[in-house]
Design a binder for this molecule. Structure first.
Ligand SMILES: NC(=O)c1ccc[n+]([C@@H]2O[C@H](COP(=O)([O-])OP(=O)(O)OC[C@H]3O[C@@H](n4cnc5c(N)ncnc54)[C@H](OP(=O)(O)O)[C@@H]3O)[C@@H](O)[C@H]2O)c1
Length: 260
């Protein structure tokens, strides 16, 4: 009997996970570490990041768990991440572009610098992280990128237009890089979550009327958990997904399939 166990584990991989200190990114770190990957964690708040790193290292004996504080919206800080990676000689084979945020407004209410900041945080950071990681991923030759997009990249979901624009562009970046970098042994996929219970979504979901409206439009009738996004990200990283590239996988309780 061929159990194909190697197809379902990540031993020998090193994952660089952005926004790894909270919510979806933290769940992804736990999931990839549990499957055997060593972990490189990045977020801005270094104190919190170090707490998370220490907890993960304790929970994942035998895994290397390292962390670096950086604001990935800033070019110099992105470069510092890759200087650090060169210093520690980490063989990065997986890149998870998860860091992101939003400052929702009506389209006409945005100041130029405010909507541009959303692009820096969600899109340009991920684009540049892909470019900076490319030599490492290509050297590994059996590498994967997973971008954390959003259902807001496909339909209007009251996030404000800049956020939806950044996520739609991230989905398209995924398709373009999948084609361009297939020859380098790099698969590129994305996940597109609907509402997931994290610190960021908690305030909106605390309003019972709003929550009811969200659930009414969600066929599975519940909010998603970070671990459920992490499972999809992990699958896209695994050798088991070796023939999958250029896909945007909705993790949405059926939301995008629900017309009328
Ligand atoms: N939660 C949802 O319902 C939902 C739905 C669809 C898509 N998403 C997407 O999923 C991703 C994670 O969301 P989440 O809900 O888990 O958010 P979260 O709880 O706010 O966590 C965001 C993480 O990213 C880090 N981060 C944010 N900006 C950063 C920057 N400029 N540089 C480095 N690190 C940064 C944060 O740490 P620091 O603050 O310390 O930097 C934190 O670790 C985002 O891309 C979001 O757009 C979320």
């Amino acid at each position: 009997m061929n159990l194909r166990t190697d197809a379902w584990q990540l031993t020998g991989h090193t994952a660089l996970i952005t926004g790894a200190s909270k919510g979806i990114g933290l769940a992804v770190a736990r999931e990839l570490g549990g499957l055997g990957a060593d972990l490189l964690l990045v977020a801005r708040d270094q104190v919190h990041l170090e707490q998370v790193r220490a907890e993960l290292a304790e929970d994942l004996p035998g895994r290397e768990v390292l962390a670096f504080g950086a604001d990935l919206a800033e070019e110099e800080e992105r470069l510092a991440v890759f200087d650090w990676i060169a210093d520690i000689d980490a063989p990065v084979s997986l890149l998870i572009n998860n860091a992101g945020g939003n400052a929702p407004e009506a389209t006409l209410a945005y100041e130029s610098e405010d909507y541009r900041a959303i692009f820096e945080q969600n899109l340009f950071s991920a684009f540049e992280m892909c470019r900076l990681a490319h030599p490492h991923l290509a050297e590994h030759g059996n590498a994967a990128i997973v971008n954390v997009g959003s259902v807001s990249g496909a339909v209007h979901v009251r996030t404000g237009s800049p956020y939806g624009m950044t996520k739609a562009a991230l989905h398209q970046l995924t398709r373009n890089l999948a084609v361009e970098w297939a020859v380098d042994g790099i698969r590129v996929n994305a996940v597109a979550p609907w509402y997931i219970r994290t610190q960021r979504s908690e305030p909106a979901l605390a309003d019972p009327d709003y929550l009811e409206e969200v659930l009414e439009r969600t066929p599975l009738k519940r909010i998603g958990e970070p671990e459920e996004v992490a499972a999809a990200v992990a699958f896209l990283c695994l050798p088991a997904a070796g023939y999958i590239t250029g896909q945007v996988l909705a993790v949405d309780g059926g939301f995008l399939s629900y017309g009328f």
